[in-house]
Design a protein around this ligand. Structure first.
Ligand code: PRT
Ligand code: ZN
Length: 294
């Protein structure tokens, strides 16, 4: 591995893998997959990708094997609190792979609140985060460590409750479980090594980060164009979500109307368009923005 190439740890297969690569693609990076699929090169910048299991990513970054990594906050927090001398840091929250770490119990069972967990057995793959939560809530319970299929533990009568990841909630419902409380809200994170890197590597990270922020910013932003009565301009601008200083342009041959162009930094809903139309806006166009910088 060249000293002046950035190494990024990504999940090889799973819920983070596709969106992680998609984000790099949106940053203008094309990934050349190697034959063994563990190590890829990026063409446009001096970046190499290491494709691994998500559980290894925080350690790889903390120990300096990789300079950057993309991992779920749940895994980052669990490993970060478990490993001594852990030094990886969060650089950016990426928004995708959203989920929650929750405590869940059998529906219609005896456990109705967190304090009812006193003396219970809780199955989990997140013993450290669970331990912290129980300590904060002054509950003493037994932890049963499981690496997968945690949701079946109450049915097997090996645990009274579970502490597991939930996205849609369908898995909990299918296993007759209901949520007691959320321990952690999670999303994919870009993390970096806590160690000082060479000037060259810092420059590559700086460039990549600007592109990532540009790609993330563009995702929610829209370019809005419309025609408006001059008299209603203040009301119309007020309705444009997250717009800073719109551009106002004259319309050829129409004295009392102008064109308004604005970058809206929040989602533009049909309701907003209907409200704009109701106060005299016409020819309303909402266009996607592919990239943003500056
Ligand atoms: O093989 P490797 O170790 O790399 O992957 P993995 O199997 O450990 O992880 P993976 O790919 O399943 O998830 C990677 C990351 O995606 C997790 O660490 C979370 O940050 C995030 N994520 C987002 C999820 C979910 N959504 C999710 N739904 N991780 C797990 N699940 C599980 C959940 O526990 C449940 O059992 O998916 C099941 C379905 O969820 P429901 O609630 O939609 O039914
Ligand atoms: Zn994993």
């Amino acid at each position: 591995m060249s000293l002046n190439r950035i190494q990024i740890a990504l999940q090889k297969n799973g819920r983070l893998a596709e969106d992680s690569l998609e984000l790099l693609k949106n940053c203008g990076l094309r990934v050349v997959r190697s034959r063994d699929d563990l190590f890829c090169r990026v063409k446009e910048l001096p970046i190499d990708l290491l494709l691994v299991r998500d559980d290894d990513i925080p350690n790889f970054v903390s120990s300096g094997i990789c300079d950057l990594g993309i991992v779920g906050e749940n895994v980052f927090s669990e490993v970060g609190q478990t490993v001594e001398g852990f030094s990886a840091k969060i650089v950016e929250r990426l928004g995708f792979s959203a989920c929650r770490l929750v405590l869940a119990v059998p529906e219609n069972g005896a456990i109705k609140s967190v304090s009812d967990l006193e003396g219970a057995t809780i199955a989990t793959s997140y013993p450290q985060l669970l331990h912290e939560f129980l300590k904060k809530n002054s509950v003493s319970a037994r932890t049963l460590n499981m690496t997968g299929s945690v949701e079946v533990a109450p049915r097997l009568k090996i645990a009274d409750a579970i502490c597991d990841i939930v996205a849609s909630g369908a898995t909990l419902a299918a296993n007759g479980l209901c949520e007691l409380t959320t321990i952690l809200k999670s999303e994919a994170l870009l993390i970096r090594s806590g160690q000082a890197l060479s000037v060259e590597k810092e420059a590559i990270i700086h460039r990549l980060l600007a592109r990532i922020r540009g790609a993330l910013g563009a995702e929610d932003s829209k370019y809005v164009m419309l025609h408006a009565d001059k008299a209603r301009l203040p009301d119309i601008i007020k309705l444009l979500p997250g717009a800073e200083s719109p551009t106002i342009l004259p319309l050829q041959g129409v004295a009392d109307k102008v064109a308004v162009h604005a970058v809206c930094r929040e989602a533009v809903f049909w309701e907003t368009m209907e409200q704009l139309q109701a106060i005299g806006a016409s020819s309303i166009l909402v266009l996607p923005i592919e990239k943003m910088m500056g």
